[in-house]
Each structure stands twice: as C-alpha cells, then as structure tokens.
Design a protein around this ligand. Structure first.
Ligand code: NAD
Length: 338
C-alpha cells in the first residue's frame, strides 16, 4: 500500500494559521497542562555543535516527543542554529523541520517547516509564563533582541498583557530594532533603542532573546516586583536570578544539561537550590502558585521543549488537511520486505 506524507512549506504553515498568537498561546498552555498530567513523553533534546573555525558555531538539536490525551501524536523536531547566518544576516539564525507520525502504524504523516512554529511557540511559552507571573497592570516592557524571537515576543506580550502601553526594544543593531518597531506601528507603541540601561530600567517586564554568550542584564536595572523573561541561556547576570522570588523554567530536566545556563551554573556552585526551581507545568496546573502580590520579583527562563512544536505541528497539519494545503510526497508505492 502506498504511503503518502503531507509536505507543508513555510507559506503553507502560515496559510494554515500559525500567525494566530492567541491560538498558539492556547495550545502551548494546553501542552504544559498535559505535561502536568503525565500525558507527554518529552525526553531531553540531544545537541551537538560543529566547529566552524575555532568554536562550535553550528548546533543541531533532536527533539522527539509523544503527546497523549486527545492529541495522540508522536513527532520530532530537527532544529538547528547557525552563528554564521546570525553574522551574515542572509538566512535565519534558526532553521527547523517538524515530522509527525501515526501513533499506531508509525508511518510519517507530515513534514513541515518548523521555523515559524518555533518562533511562535517560543514566545508563547514566555507569554503563558507572563500570564501567571507578570505584574498585574504591567505597562512597560523592556525587550532585548530584535530578531525572530524578538518579533514573536512582542506579539505574545501584547496578547497576554492587555494593560501594556509601551515596549522598549533594544538591539546592538539599532537599525534592526527600528525596522521591527515599524512593523508594529498602529498595533502597539514599540520604541527602538540601543541603550540597554534605558530600555530595562523601571520596566515591569524585562525580556531577553539575543544570541549573546555572556550575561549583560544587571540586577540594579531590574525594579522590585518586575518579571524577567530569559529566552537564551545566560543573558542575565547571577544577581538578577538571585533577585527573583520565584524562578520558573520550562524544563529543568533539559536546562540542567546546558552548561551555558546561568541557572544551572548557580545550582552547580551552590548559589541556588534545585528545589527552588519550579516548572511552568506546575504553575499552569495549580500545584505551584503564580504571582501572589505586587512586590515579588518573578523570573521565567526557557530552554525550549519539543512538545510545544508537536502540539502546534499537529494543529497545523489538521488545518492544512481541511484547507487542502501542501504537497503529497510518496514514501513508497509498495513497501518492500513487508
Ligand atoms: N528557549 C527557546 O525555546 C528558544 C527557541 C528559539 C530560540 N531561542 C534563543 O533565542 C535567541 C534569539 O533567537 P533569534 O532566532 O531571535 O535570533 P536572531 O539572530 O534572529 O536575533 C538575535 C538578536 O539579538 C541581537 N543581539 C545579540 N547580542 C545582543 C546584545 N548583547 N544586546 C542586544 N542585542 C543583542 C542581535 O543583534 C539580533 O538582532 C537565541 O539565543 C536562541 O538560541 C530560544
């Protein structure tokens, strides 16, 4: 029997509705809830780096997942990041592919671009965290990094924080910040800058999504009662983590395998107790409290979980089938050696 796979290029994924941040937030929250109920198998991602010149500057990540409940979908994300692309600006820094399979016959059913899905789900994880941990009535966000995740972070924060009036957007490359700010004209007031201190001081929510390999956010810039969101491993200095009354991560199992993670480094050096690190699924299901008062400073840090890609990939696949999108690829006409 012929086995066919639905192939969705990036344009199909967009046509199927991936840019609907409200829907993505809903699915990401559902994934964290299903995780809390033991419905998700999400082993830590495997990672390797390929040296280009002196240091590893291309990284590949393999992220296998099964989602149970009414989703019932196994799949994998094959993700990659290129520091060469980040430097040249000719291609996206992160390029990803998602494969979905049938849970019973195990046949692959879909292959799709995962780049936009990754960008949307990454910021949506922060958005779900902000829903539970951001200060009530947050008016000002200080964002650092005007790249791919910078764009979706603005979309997510705008969606979950209706009181937000101003987003200060800082990038080493001011032109990038200006261009991205212009995309949100008439949607939300985004003020481009390359002055980090001005962008972050007094912000109710601070979010970092840069390719920096060294901490650059100082504790003295973070106001009491703010929420800090760190999307890469070590953008904030240890003092920022120390300042947080609640530290929530997407997956501690994954984060503790990343030597670059500032949180892992603090646990290793005894500066932080592992038991004080909560996971977002615990907060979403109510086992741990979200924000409890205006004074507490909260922090969310993320390493990225494949289950978010697969739950969204499954939704996009179903939408694409309804809309007749994509191309069919034939894996075989008749399977050999059945
Ligand atoms: N946690 C997750 O699930 C997850 C998923 C995807 C990407 N990421 C991480 O998010 C980060 C951003 O990814 P991206 O795809 O948006 O990258 P990108 O290359 O599109 O954008 C990064 C931006 O950061 C800016 N930048 C770098 N260092 C800076 C500094 N010190 N101060 C201010 N700006 C600085 C760059 O100029 C660039 O505009 C990366 O570290 C990536 O690994 C995390």
């Amino acid at each position: 029997m012929k086995t066919e796979i639905l192939f969705l290029k990036q344009e199909d994924v967009i046509e199927a509705g991936i840019l609907n941040m409200a829907k993505v937030l809903e699915m990401v929250e559902k994934a964290f809830y299903l995780e809390s109920q033991g419905e998700i198998i999400n082993p830590p991602k495997t990672v390797f780096g390929i040296p280009i010149g002196q240091n590893p500057s291309s990284h590949f990540f393999s992220m296998p997942v099964y989602i149970g409940g009414d989703v019932n979908r196994p799949g994998i994300k094959w993700a990659a990041e290129s520091m060469t692309n980040a430097k040249t600006g000719n291609l996206p820094m992160g390029i990803d592919l998602i494969i979905l399979s049938d849970p019973v016959t195990v046949q692959p059913v879909a292959i799709m671009d995962g780049m936009v899905i990754t960008a949307m789900r990454t910021a949506a994880a922060a958005g779900v965290a902000a829903k539970y941990l951001a200060p009530k009535g947050a008016k000002v966000a200080g964002c650092v990094g005007a790249g791919v995740i910078g764009r979706t972070m603005i979309m997510a924060l705008k969606e979950v924080l209706p009181s937000l009036e101003e987003i200060r957007l800082c990038d080493l490359n001011l032109e990038k910040a200006e261009k991205l700010a212009a995309e949100f004209e008439g949607i939300i007031n985004v003020i481009p800058t390359n002055n980090l201190e001005e962008a972050l001081t007094d912000a109710d929510v601070v979010a970092t999504m840069t390719t920096a390999k060294k901490p650059f956010v100082k504790a003295e810039w973070i106001k009491d009662g703010a929420m800090i969101i760190q999307m890469s491993a070590c953008e904030v200095e240890a003092g920022v983590v120390k300042k947080a009354d609640k530290i929530v991560v997407d997956s501690w199992e994954q984060m503790k395998k990343n030597d670059l993670s500032i949180i892992k480094q603090m646990v290793d050096s005894g500066d932080l107790d592992e038991k004080d690190i909560w996971t977002l699924n615990q907060v979403v299901c109510g086992n741990k409290p979200g924000r409890e008062n205006d004074e507490e400073t909260t922090m969310f840090s993320s390493r990225g979980m494949g289950c978010l890609d697969i739950i969204i990939g499954d939704h996009i696949y179903k939408e694409a089938l309804k809309k007749g999108l994509g191309q069919k690829l034939v894996l075989w006409d008749e399977a050999k050696w059945v």
